[in-house]
Design a protein around this ligand. Structure first.
Ligand code: SHN
Ligand code: NAI
Length: 241
């Protein structure tokens, strides 16, 4: 048998996608929080539910079915998360999902699923995701903690600004070489060090003064857009920073 393969990393847009979690214990609650954060349309099926699920269901954030799993429950889902404590059932759900061509995450055994959940450091548009593909979730946790210290909340406004700046450059600058030069000017080792030292507001002023001769950088359109702002606020709520 071949060893557990490392996965192909992707970042999925889950908004409006139906995801189903079978099981509603502690692990399921962690999975649910993640999936809700990323905008999934969530269905949860389990006879016994962690109190958090009742609250989310009351708030209309997910659909809760308080009963055992039945065949057919997962039809129409893009992703199925298996998080029950019943080994036989876990296998059955995985088989059902496979037969229907649905992606599976198996909380009980990495190799039984085809999607692994990483640990994520979320800094607005910057995401750092870590996994060991089941080798050691504890190592994943430790590395993720280190990354969250190195790449702090100071990155959020910087990356949001980079996004707005890049959009402006793409629209206003035609010459490919100038475009590349401008985009490289705002991402340097020196800038990163200063951002990490909390100097982003000052760096931003300096960059805008320097670059406004080439690109029109009016303040309104350089502010982060409403959608991104919403996401950043959710980040703060969901992840404490
Ligand atoms: C395969 C995977 C599921 C998947 O595919 O999604 C999986 C599987 C299992 N985890 C187990 C145990 C633990 N998991 C954690 C923590 C996390 N586990 C997470 C992901 C994953 N865990 C996926 C692979 C990720 C990878 O390898 O990188 C994280 C990253 C994300 C999250 O869960 O939200 C989150 C850290 C996030 C953070 O804190 O930031 C801790 C630490 C702790 O709780 O202190 C322990 C106890 C210590 C230990 O066992 O190492 C067990 C044994 C269960 C049993 O004994 O019954 C299994 C089953 C198996 O062995 O496969
Ligand atoms: N990925 C990870 O980080 C970790 C994974 N695990 C694994 O995750 C699994 C779940 O662990 P916990 O959440 O702690 O368990 P738990 O005991 O808190 O919850 C089990 C859930 O399964 C549900 N369930 C039982 N029979 C069912 C049925 N017929 N249909 C639908 N749901 C049913 C229960 O109602 C309950 O909601 C275990 O297999 C465990 O080995 C455990 C720790 C960490």
């Amino acid at each position: 048998m071949r060893e557990q393969a490392a996965g192909f990393p992707v970042f999925l847009d889950l908004s409006g996608k139906r995801c189903t979690i079978v099981g509603a214990g502690k692990v399921a609650a962690r999975r649910a929080q993640e999936l809700l954060f990323y905008g999934a349309e969530l269905v949860v099926i389990a006879p016994v539910c962690d109190p958090a699920f009742h609250q989310w269901a009351t708030e209309g954030r997910l659909w809760l079915e308080e009963r055992p799993y039945r065949k057919g429950d997962i039809e129409g889902s893009s992703l199925v998360v298996i998080a029950t404590d019943q080994a036989e059932l876990n296998r059955e759900v995985a088989e059902d999902a496979r037969a229907s061509g649905i992606w599976v995450n198996a909380a009980h055994q990495a190799a039984e699923g085809d999607v692994r959940f990483p640990a994520v450091v979320q800094r607005g548009l910057l995401q750092l995701a870590v996994t060991t593909n089941g080798a050691s979730p504890k190592l994943t946790q430790l590395i993720s903690k280190r990354l969250s210290e190195q790449y702090g909340a100071c990155y959020e406004p910087y990356v949001a600004w980079l996004h707005a700046f890049r959009e402006r450059v793409k629209h206003q600058v035609q010459d490919a070489a100038s475009k590349k030069e401008l985009l490289a000017r705002v991402v340097t080792e020196d800038i990163l060090t200063r951002v990490e030292n909390g100097e982003w507001p000052k760096v931003r002023q300096e960059l805008e003064a320097e670059l406004s001769r080439t690109v029109s950088l009016d303040r309104d359109t350089m502010e982060i857009g409403r959608e991104e702002k919403g996401r950043v606020e959710r980040d703060r709520e969901g992840r404490g920073g």
